[in-house]
Design a protein around this ligand. Sequence first.
Ligand SMILES: [Zn+2]
Length: 419
Amino acid sequence: MDRIRKFLLISIDCWRYDALSRTNARFNTPKFDLLTQDFSLAERFFVTAPATRPSHTSLFTGLYPFEHGLYGQTYLKMFAGLPNLFQLFADAGAEVMGRSERPDVFRFLDFESFITPIDPRAKAQYLGSLEDLIAWMDHPSATRQFGFIHFWYTHGGYGLGGIRSAPNLRDWVDQGRAEEALRFYYAAVSHVLEFSLVEILKRASLDEWAIFILGDHGEGFCEEIMAHGDTLHQNVLHVPLLAHIPGRGKIEFPEGPVSMIDLFPTITKLAGIDVDYRGYGANLLGSPHAFENRWVLSELDSLYGIGFLTPSNLQTDSSRVTSRVSMDRVEIEKYPDGVRLWSITDGQQLYRENEATGDFVRRDVMSGEGLPCHTPDEFRSIYNAIRANSNYQNPEKQEASTEEAAILEARLRDLGYIE
Ligand SMILES: [Zn+2]
């Protein structure tokens, strides 16, 4: 098979699984549906983290948060020396473009310099023009290209800011009016799909471009979680992945779960880029055996909070970030309510555990219905095996904070590696 020369990754922030006409009959996006009718939908696609920074870092490295170092949203840097898709394509001579409606959310990450505003002239990115970005797609067909586009309009206020008598959606959800609240969220997603994406997709010849459209995490809109950063919940972990690869027809996604970490090996393979990748991600077009009996991991760590987007982070010179959790060699402030959670899913059931308390839940990942769980050890041993068998152990010891070192030591003791 010929190598694919052109790749476009489109990330829609907070895009959850039911914000799509294929999964929700009330979703009205006829132009987007026509343009993506030959795209395949992965029905069991899960993110590695319910937060923008760690989730995208998994997309670009093919690694779980505990492997790439961004344990949570407010960790500052990745572990050193990990290949990322932007750099790999740039090194391979491709034209590389990253555009975001919120580029500063990627500050201090290895691929930060590749991601610029969607419209360099616009102050508010959602009011900007797509023309500059679309012009980038007009390279001759022989040119290698790698593009990433990130939409933020779907995040947080969903475009409600500044609207007179705008409702408080959290109050509505608390009052049992989640369906009404969701209409505003769905409207923001429709706006992105049915205008911005439509205009981009019109320009992309499907004979040339491999295109992946995905959510970096979903959004709660339920009693347990309103937004996305507070817990590991099916509404935030299960998101759409639409994929089109030239010349491959419909993609038969595996029965088992597909994870954000699978895109790195899939894309590098399609592009013919040689990279020493030893993560858990599997090529989506490779052997289906790689997906049998598979459990995929998601992690949440809010020990340093969940709000990265503060002036002190956004206006700080990169040179002042002296480790993953320190500036000017001083550890950043801890978040008093911080937690560490992990969850695993096989695409049918979700098991979640609080690392400090051992509290756990098991539920049907599609319906969210609670399931009995008499044997948490079964799930703990799956998780422990993922941690213990990872080929990316060493970075964790590179520059662990005191607390991280203590957590790691406790885990290794639990696993019987140290006395
Ligand atoms: Zn996000």
